[in-house]
Design a protein around this ligand. Structure first.
Ligand code: BGC
Length: 891
């Protein structure tokens, strides 16, 4: 049997360019036809040239044979890496039979600019046009000549604002670059290899700038949070075949003007006048004598860092399902899916004709567009035709949350082919899949993933349609685990941690939104919205929950090390704000959007204080900080005592008596065993008294089903999952939801739409039930002792009316799959697949569990490492990699 190495990655990425990490981490996967395959050692070679690597010379790093089964997060330990150099690497492994694999396919990474002094470009901009509230998007261009044959050309580009780069007329890069950070602290730089886009001789750069988060509208209280107008920064390093080098940079010699984009604002839409287009502007030799010189922005002191986030891209194109002409003569399209992005339109007509595309999530009962929930956002594009045959248009620096598109002023009769929807988001590849025997549960899962698709845009935003779209930390933490099953969010959340760190207050408080969006810095929260504080329970805690989630799902220890001090400061801050370890108020949002069940602020705040402390104790343990571990364990024990003394009555009732108080106390381990029993009773009582319905808001909902399942109430968990009466997940689905709604009562039969002041139909928080679907219903769980699915705990928990589940997860080691079926006669069949170099403990529920088929008889594979029977109404099989089928009887 042979073992091979595949999927080599550096810093989670395939052949990344322009890194600035001095000790990048390497990852690979193993592939083998045999079961129970494991790596026992590896050897990595890193070379400064491809030729060197081909000759097996690791001139940068030859790790030698390292005896370990680790194949992820292998830290580069070779010679010092040089700025702007490319490194080539490969790896081979030994298996348990001492068989050596072949070398992997070569992989590479390149370093970017590593020192501040390496940045030579200038920030260039275009002066604002007087008297215009909405500014046109500035165009920039530069002709340049390359004197001989180019060996390698790399562009480093960024903006205070957004840039759209073109090299010799060809678009380079992704959308909404450089992404959103607190630009006063750090700005991400993207690196592009443009070797095959430039030529010896004449070339040109063309760049359009958008205001973006930097100077455009952000959130609901401001625009121009970071600066007045956008600036561009670009630097190209050219290496000629003859060994000489050259640099092309943004400076005062570039040219700028206004173009067809009259304005383009993320929240206020775009106006594009095609009669103002500048044909050929982005190619060499264009006559730019009428253009202006740019102005140069002095004094930018933020940090330029290599791009940390996954690129934002168009990941799907959607065709409308139907089209209807309104009495007003406009046309309303139904895309069939609440989505995020924009629509592209095809149109033919007279020069100067203006058409408008308007976007909404819902329709009013009279069939008109429901725009009230957008608040001041304008989800519209206006396009003025140039009158040159068929024209196609899509916007540049704006996006919308919508299912319906209204086409206004269209010349002629549009049809279903006139528009398409473009879905955009941070391109985090899909890692999870889930399908059950229940179509409504499948729709719920689809809604959860669409919520993520629609809201993970540079940062985890709360909603995509109204004037908000902020990185609410509470939403992010409660959904983080679900998100990481659905998609590969390793880099996305690593980047978001920096946003949280940049926003962290001197006091140690983590903020409610990150990036800060000006609230704390400009004290907007205190002068304009007094109820915003920096440190709300369940929000600021994201600063600990998210790194812990990255550790669990990816085994990322570096994120824990890097942010350890910040996490300690958070917990110390919380402690300093307590009265004998009870945290008085600090939960201004309560259990946000709970339904008829207000959880007292002090109960919430104390519970979350305990949780952050408990996680920090585990983090200290992972990092081998024994004294800290002891300290935080002791603190946690103290908080639980204080919690019990302050809030738990003799009959086990917890103050507030809401589902959420019991859920949090059970989930965070705040109760004595007796109190646990009582809490479960009170919780179940409350659910039953409501007719098997939930009342939890953002904070309680994520743990509701897990807590019930952990405490012998699986049937209650399933009944909540599939409940169709209000309030429930299925209620929204029964009424056509294709995404998760912000509130349980966003629309009800009784009252129609909730207040338009806050009624998004695309908020992912209540979708945090996805975590339970993977961890409990499918039973795909990682082991905190061997995180990142190095060792998995496969424990499907069938129940309710669901008779089959099929789930998959792409881990850093490869694919995991769980498939179960429960027949009417009680026969339970389970198939499990786990990737090479991992092990799992499979808990087969029911009685008489056994392994099926050839694997059982295959002596060579030795797949079953051990079997334990009757472990919590299941039999536990310890398996090596491979595919296994089990049967048992349930009931
Ligand atoms: C946001 C939520 C957020 C909440 C906190 C809302 O406006 O949409 O997602 O968590 O505010 O108050």
């Amino acid at each position: 049997m042979t073992i091979s190495v595949i999927g080599c990655r550096t810093e989670y990425l395939e052949n990344p360019l322009g890194l600035d990490v001095l000790h990048p981490r390497l990852f690979w996967k193993l592939e083998s036809e045999a079961s129970a395959t494991a790596q026992t050692a590896y050897q990595v070679l890193v070379a400064a040239t491809q030729e060197g690597l081909d000759q097996d010379i690791g001139d940068m790093w030859d790790s030698g044979k390292r005896e370990t089964s680790h194949s992820t997060h292998i830290v580069y330990e070779g010679a010092a890496l040089q700025a702007e150099s490319t490194y080539y690497w490969k790896v081979r492994v030994w298996d348990e039979q001492h068989v050596i694999s072949a070398w992997s396919e070569p992989a590479l990474w390149s370093m970017g600019i590593l020192a501040r002094t390496g940045w030579k470009a200038k920030w260039i901009g275009r002066k604002a046009e007087a008297d215009l509230k909405m500014q046109p998007s500035p165009f920039f261009r530069k002709d340049f000549t390359l004197r001989s044959k180019v060996k390698r050309a790399v562009v480093y580009a960024t903006a205070l604002g957004l840039y759209n780069l073109r090299v010799n007329g060809e678009k380079v890069g992704d959308l909404f670059t450089p992404g959103w950070t607190d630009y006063d602290q750090r700005v991400q730089v993207q690196a592009y290899d443009v070797t095959d886009k430039v030529t010896q001789g004449d070339n040109a750069f063309g760049v359009i700038l958008g205001e973006g988060w930097y100077a455009g509208t952000v959130g609901f209280i401001s625009d121009k949070i970071y600066g007045e107008r956008p600036f561009l920064f670009l630097q190209m390093s050219v290496e000629y075949e003859d060994g000489t080098k050259e640099r092309i940079i943004t400076d005062g010699s570039w040219k700028t003007t206004r173009g067809p984009i009259q304005y383009s604002d993320m929240i206020l839409g775009e106006k594009y006048d095609a009669t103002q287009e500048l044909p050929g502007w982005d190619r060499a030799g264009y006559d730019d004598s009428g253009w202006e010189l740019p102005d140069i922005r002095p004094g930018y002191n933020g940090l330029l860092v290599a791009s940390m986030e996954p690129p934002i891209r168009i990941t799907k194109t959607m065709r409308p399902l139907s089209l209807r002409k309104t009495e007003a003569g406009t046309y309303i399209y139904d895309m069939g899916q609440n989505m995020v992005g924009w629509s592209e339109v095809k149109v033919k007509g007279e020069r100067g004709t203006q058409i408008t595309l308007s976007h909404a999530e819902m329709l009013n009962t009279d069939g008109s567009m429901y725009l009230d929930n957008l608040r001041v956002a304008v989800q519209q594009e206006h396009y003025i035709l140039k009158g040159a045959g068929e024209e196609r248009y899509e916007p540049h620096f704006t996006f919308h949350g919508f299912r319906y598109v209204e086409l206004i002023g269209y010349p002629g009769e549009p049809d279903l082919d006139t528009i398409v929807g473009k879905v955009i988001h941070s391109d985090t590849s899909v890692s999870g899949s889930l399908e059950t025997s229940d179509p409504m549960v499948n729709q719920l899962y689809s809604n959860i993933t669409w919520g993520q698709r629609g809201n993970f845009l540079s940062v985890p935003t709360d909603c995509p349609q109204r004037d908000e779209r902020l990185g609410w930390t509470g939403d992010a933490q409660i959904f983080a685990r679900t998100a990481s099953y659905n998609m590969d969010v390793s880099r996305f959340f690593n980047k978001f941690m920096w946003d949280m760190i940049d926003a962290q207050q001197p006091s140690g408080a983590f903020t409610d939104v990150a990036p800060d969006a000006g609230w704390m810095r400009y004290k907007m929260w205190s002068t304009r919205l007094d109820w915003f504080a920096p440190d709300n329970a369940g929000w600021g805690d994201a600063g600990v929950v998210i790194p812990w989630t990255l550790y669990l799902m990816y085994g990322d220890i570096r994120v824990l090390e890097t942010h350890y001090d910040a996490m300690v400061r958070w917990v110390e801050y919380l402690e300093s704000m307590t009265d004998e370890l009870v945290r008085p108020d600090y939960a201004n949002y309560g259990d946000w959007l709970s339904i008829g069940a207000d959880t007292p602020n002090d109960v919430l705040a104390t519970a979350y204080f305990a949780y952050s402390t408990k996680l920090l104790a585990s983090i200290s343990e992972v990092l081998g900080k024994a004294a800290d571990q002891k300290r935080f364990e002791t603190l946690f024990a103290g908080i639980t005592e204080a919690f019990r003394a302050a809030f738990v009555a003799a009959d086990g009732r917890i103050q507030g008596n809401t589902q959420t108080v019991y859920v949090l106390a059970l989930q965070f381990g705040l109760l004595t065993p007796d109190q646990q029993t009582l809490a479960v009773q009170h919780l179940v009582e409350d659910i039953k008294a409501r007719g098997n319905r939930l009342s939890t808001g953002f904070l309680g909902v994520g743990y509701l089903l897990p807590v019930l399942s952990d405490h012998g109430q699986l049937d209650v968990a399933y009944s909540l999952l599939t409940q169709e009466e209000f309030p429930s997940w299925m209620y929204s689905i029964k009424h056509g939801a294709t995404t998760i709604w912000e509130r349980w009562d966003g629309w009800t039969e009784e009252n129609g739409f909730q207040t338009p002041d806050m009624n998004s139909f695309n908020h992912y928080s209540l979708g945090s039930v996805g975590e339970w679907m993977f961890r409990y219903m499918a039973g795909l769980e990682t082991d905190p002792q061997q995180p990142g699915f190095k060792h998995s705990i496969i424990r499907p928990q069938p129940g309710g009316k669901i008779t089959s589940v099929k789930a998959g997860y792409e881990s850093l080691y490869g694919s995991l799959r769980v498939e179960w079926k429960l027949a009417a006669d009680g026969e339970f069949r389970l198939t499990v697949h786990i990737p090479a170099n991992t092990t799992a403990t499979v808990y087969v529920p029911g009685s008489g569990a056994r392994v099926e088929g050839e694997v059982a008889g295959n002596a060579l594979a030795k797949p079953i490492l051990a079997v334990e029977t009757e472990v919590q109404a299941a039999s536990a099989f310890h398996i090596g990699s491979g595919t296994y089928s089990f049967t048992s009887r349930i009931q």
